[in-house]
Design a protein around this ligand. Sequence first.
Ligand code: SF4
Length: 352
Amino acid sequence: MSYKRRKTRVVKVSNIRIGGGNPVSIQGMTKTETKNVSATVKQINQLENIGAEIVRIAVKDIGDARAIKEIKKKTGMPLVADIHFNYQFAIEAIKNGVDKIRLNPGNIYELNQIKEVVACAKEYKIPIRVGVNSGSLRKSSSSLVNSMVKSALDYIKTLERLKFFDIVVSLKASEVQDTISAYEKLAKLCDYPLHLGVTATGPLIPGTIKSTLAIGSLLKEGVGDTIRVSLTSRPEDEIMVSKEILQSLGLRNFSPEIISCPTCGRCQVDLIKIVNLIKNKVDGSPSRNGKSSAKKIAIMGCIVNGPGEAKQADMGIAFTRNLALVFKKGKVIKKTSQKDSIDFILKQLEKG
Ligand code: SF4
């Protein structure tokens, strides 16, 4: 399935292009103190290994801004400095080699300060994200959504007056519907690429659901060029959820899709364990570097829906009371014991 994407300008963040029909990129954020260079680099590497393409780091003081120089020596990951309150941290981050900065219109708004940041961003040829957040709006108008959109548009106008156009915009609210409405509104009023996200979503499960609903709905409408899922959880979880959102919509393809049933009283195997085993295998490096060619793997608990789903997948197992039927491209290629079927399918997947 492909969606007609909103036409936007292209903004370059190091080697990643945002907007203009480029693949929707995945952003993560470290949760370490940035000036702790070894911990921050370790987390950036973990995020990169799991699939992050751009990583944001918090810059809350001059020490964090200066640490970027050391961090950049140890990673090639495009880095974004998250700046609030003090424009000088933005300038210091840019001079120390960051690839993009995020400014919050709610707390950096003096024209002379914006002018200095823009001059520096122009000199170092890096973009600025106008990162509006419902929790830090400076002025409110008729509604939260209107206030967020107005805040973004006013800031965009200021940047444009300074002849700066390397802009990405985000409008994050903590409510799904506010987030969707704000992005929908802004999408019609400018052609800058949009960074999608919901803010302060909560723990893993509710946060995943809120993020998926908001980000997924917008992407389905063709709105959105880069995404960041924010969760009160491990930073790696945010990347995994991002990948699942993009893959479920058919916008990116990272690893084979697993079709598995929820199990019920008919199931005679530990399907949850088996599915996790196979998922961990295909989510690892072999599938990401393209060795496994199976796009859909069905693992089904019994013969009610098992053979049907397994037939439709590229590879599949349908468990019966004592045996397992292994399918490849719609045909049974092996009838074997439950245990052997798992070893067999793993070997098949390794072969590709
Ligand atoms: S496929 Fe079988 S085991 Fe799985 S949920 Fe359906 S009936 Fe239950």
